[in-house]
Design a protein around this ligand. Sequence first.
Ligand SMILES: Nc1ncnc2c1ncn2[C@@H]1O[C@H](COP(=O)(O)OP(=O)(O)O)[C@@H](O)[C@H]1O
Ligand SMILES: [Mg+2]
Length: 254
Amino acid sequence: MSDTLLALSGVSKSFGGLKVIDDVSFTIPRGSRSAIIGPNGAGKSTLFNLISGAFPTDRGSITLDGIELTGMPARHRARHGLTRNFQNIRLMPTLSTFDNMLLGQHARAAGLAELLRPVRSPRARNIWRDEVREELDLAGLGAYVDSRVEGLPYGIRKKLEIVRALLARPKLLLLDEPCAGLNTAERDQILPFLRSLERRGITLMIVEHDMQLIADLCDHVIVLNFGVKIAEGAPDCVRADPQVITAYLGAEDQ
Ligand SMILES: Nc1ncnc2c1ncn2[C@@H]1O[C@H](COP(=O)(O)OP(=O)(O)O)[C@@H](O)[C@H]1O
Ligand SMILES: [Mg+2]
């Protein structure tokens, strides 16, 4: 088995006339934790959309475990072990935690009508109950299994999205700003949880702005600016890179 889990080579994407991802190449080693950083609008979420298959690429190759993903529908990519969250919470607010986790199980393969069926089926509920409960316990959220999601604090809901993604048993987990909007206490709580993914052999790519959190969590950072990869390396090296500093200062001037 190769050490490389994900490889991008010459990936580009335009929306209208605007090149949003411009000839981006990098590799992600198996078991690593990488951060994608860059000013707002740099193309970070778009990059995740291209990897997960939400949008097609215009050019270039994306492989997972040596398998070419380009042209493969998102749900097939999920079957190959690729799971993502979204920048905005996408839990169903009126359903319980457990039902939301069940929906996550089936979201990859089914349409919406199909999607709601397993939530109602007693058989599916029994099959998944232990697995969901165990995953919630690992995240310290077992107490919320029957709570309605809309009543839960924002920090808990952000964490539940990660638990739901984990139930898909990913090899590669893409988390787009999972810590956005969290207060310091909530961030301190989520960090050990994210670090625990390493022990489970899950490779993590995360979009995050807090350089301290990145330094505590990640071994590798990729920097995008206007869709171009301008730097890549260990958190400390990237933070000191003059091009990176200029990109961020430029963003602050706007
Ligand atoms: N579906 C889309 N259609 C048109 N433009 C888009 C779309 N998604 C993103 N963009 C544009 O691509 C650029 C990068 O956006 P995004 O990837 O969301 O940046 P980031 O996540 O780094 O803040 C922005 O200029 C944004 O307006
Ligand atoms: Mg974004």
